[in-house]
Design a protein around this ligand. Structure first.
Ligand code: ADP
Ligand code: ZN
Length: 532
């Protein structure tokens, strides 16, 4: 544990480095404690939210200790930028990944072997290659930093098989301190990181995951692009922000729509050519008040302090994803908004994606439970911040944060037991009497007693449940079905997204379980055919 080494370096070196190289006055949060521990030769696991300042936790010890700090990071696309930025500050940094040509790599290897690098960034797949391990063995290593360490967790939302091979580091270099860092902190992931990276003796540094300056808001989706425009014009005119959409197509359409309505917006997704992507990204970093409409491909490692809002037009697949994406807002600590529009179609679509997606049954179950937690956050009538923090295994400071939509305007709830029974009976009757399954639209038409062409075609106006649900509006029915899906009382099946009952539905149908719903907002969400 480095105790045999002469203590040539101390905390003053760390502080001096912070000031002279990075230009900051003081350490933040756990930084100093982590750095002390690593400089002293110990292993560490660091959980810190996005923007918390993880990079310095390994960069400074790498510079203070003799040898090169080896940083494992999956963000290949960012390595060049990171290394350029470090070099500009006078840090001797290099990287090895697949984007390099042979000559560049050879040069970096030579620098490493000559002891001329403070930091060497590597893609995880490099460490599966014997030649890389041999190279490392021939140089002097000050520490290993494993960034985005949650990628080693199979239960997590971002698993990368290459990370499993990283346990080799502790076996081959038992005397070199290792630090695993992540902004994802569920208890399960935390434990899996510790176990799979073989860090039984590591000291754990767990920062608070609360981002008090971010206001969380989740609104029912009826006309998403228009809702987004209103949100931007009323609350964030001229501000920089990120709008996340699920598909490339909706990224393009949303960016066009915003531009047509006078908002400076550019698209970003993997389907754009590399030059356009690079241009749009650097415009976002440099200009004031640019909006980037993007798929989740955008934002990993983007360090822009004054992002004033992050908007989601589609539901993220997990709470971890939501937290990471919204966490890109307000790194400068000033008030910022995490805004999301969410509706029935999101639930149906995500469930369909999981069922028809790749991967084995275990993978589907994991995806399903990630989605369930996300839905619970969307549908909660309690403080969203409290729910987020509990999800990450942290106790909130109070039950009401006063800075999320449910705290600011507590949603009313209503007894939806009868409505739930009606919707469920319709699904049951179609199945029992006709051996049919239908999607949400048809079920709602039957409940509301609408004689649409499709209702007539299937004789559904002859069902005894036809028209039994006229006390609710279309918007209320969509809200009810959405919440039944979120509560696991209805499920979607197959490529058409037909509705089926779950095992638990029986308790509701049998009158043994009550159902409560959040009230939908007064303005009846839109007409048929619009996405909700
Ligand atoms: P993370 O990797 O945890 O998301 P970063 O390491 O990218 O966070 O740091 C986020 C931002 O905070 C960066 O702009 C970084 O330069 C800045 N920062 C980090 N530590 C300090 C500090 N001690 N004082 C001032 N700014 C800091
Ligand atoms: Zn709250």
């Amino acid at each position: 544990e480095g105790s045999g080494e002469a203590p040539v370096h101390d905390r003053r070196d760390a502080l001096a480095t912070l000031r002279s190289v990075f230009g900051y006055d003081a350490f933040r949060g756990d930084q100093e404690a982590v750095i002390d521990h690593l400089v002293g030769g110990g292993d560490a696991v660091v959980l810190m939210p996005t923007g918390g300042g993880k990079s310095l936790c390994y960069q400074i010890p790498a510079m203070v200790r003799p040898g090169t700090g080896v940083v494992v990071s999956p963000l290949i696309a960012l390595m060049q930028d990171q290394v350029d930025a470090l070099r500009a500050a006078g840090v001797r940094a290099g990287f090895i990944n697949s984007t390099q040509d042979f000559e560049e790599r050879r040069l970096t290897e030579a620098e490493f072997l000559a002891g001329e690098l403070d930091l060497l960034y590597l893609a995880p797949e490099r460490l599966r290659v014997d030649t890389t391990l041999q190279l490392l063995q021939r140089g002097k290593i000050s520490l290993f930093a494993i960034d985005e360490a949650h990628c080693v967790a199979q239960w997590g939302h971002d698993f990368r098989p290459d990370y499993l091979a990283l346990s080799v580091l502790g076996e081959r270099w038992p005397e070199v301190p290792r630090v695993a860092l992540t902004a994802t902190a569920t208890d399960a992931t935390h434990q899996e990181i510790t176990r799979r990276l073989a860090l039984p003796d590591a000291k754990h540094f767990v920062a608070s995951f609360d981002r008090p300056n971010i206001q969380y808001r989740i609104v029912p989706k009826n006309d998403p692009k228009k809702q987004l425009l209103t949100f931007l014009k009323e609350e964030h005119p001229g501000d920089a922000g990120i709008v996340y959409c699920l598909s490339r197509n909706s990224v393009e359409r949303t960016a066009d729509f915003l531009r047509d309505h006078g908002v400076e917006a550019v698209p970003y997704h993997a389907g754009l050519d590399a030059r356009t992507r690079a241009t749009n990204q650097s415009r976002f970093l440099r200009e004031d008040g640019l909006v980037v409409v993007a798929t989740i491909a955008f934002g990993m490692g983007i360090d822009k302090p004054d992002v004033r809002f992050v908007a989601h037009l589609d539901l993220p697949k997990s709470v971890e994803g939501y937290y990471q994406e919204t966490g890109r807002a307000g790194r400068d600590g000033r008030p910022s908004t995490a805004w999301m529009a969410y509706g029935l179609q999101d639930v149906v679509q995500q469930r369909k994606l999981i069922q028809s997606g790749e991967g084995d049954e275990a993978h589907r179950r994991r995806s399903q439970s990630h989605l369930d937690a996300m839905l619970a956050l969307c549908e909660t009538a309690q403080c969203r911040r409290a729910q987020l923090l509990r999800y990450f295994g942290q106790e909130p400071t109070g039950e009401n944060c006063g800075n999320c939509d449910t705290c600011l305007t507590p949603p009313e709830t209503w007894d939806g037991t009868v409505a739930a029974q009606k919707a469920m009976s319709t699904v049951v009757r179609l199945k029992r009497e006709r051996n049919q399954k239908f999607g949400t639209g048809q079920i709602i038409d039957i409940l509301m007693g609408r004689k649409t062409a499709k209702v007539i075609q299937f004789d559904h106006d002859q069902l005894s449940v036809f028209g039994v649900g006229q006390e609710l509006t279309e918007g209320e029915w969509r809200g009810a079905v959405r919440q039944l899906l979120a509560q696991g009382l209805l499920a979607v099946e197959g490529e058409y997204g037909t509705l089926v009952l779950t095992d638990e539905a029986g308790e509701v149908l049998g009158g043994r379980r009550e159902v409560r719903f959040r009230k939908e907002p007064k303005k009846a969400p839109s007409s048929r055919g619009s996405r909700s």
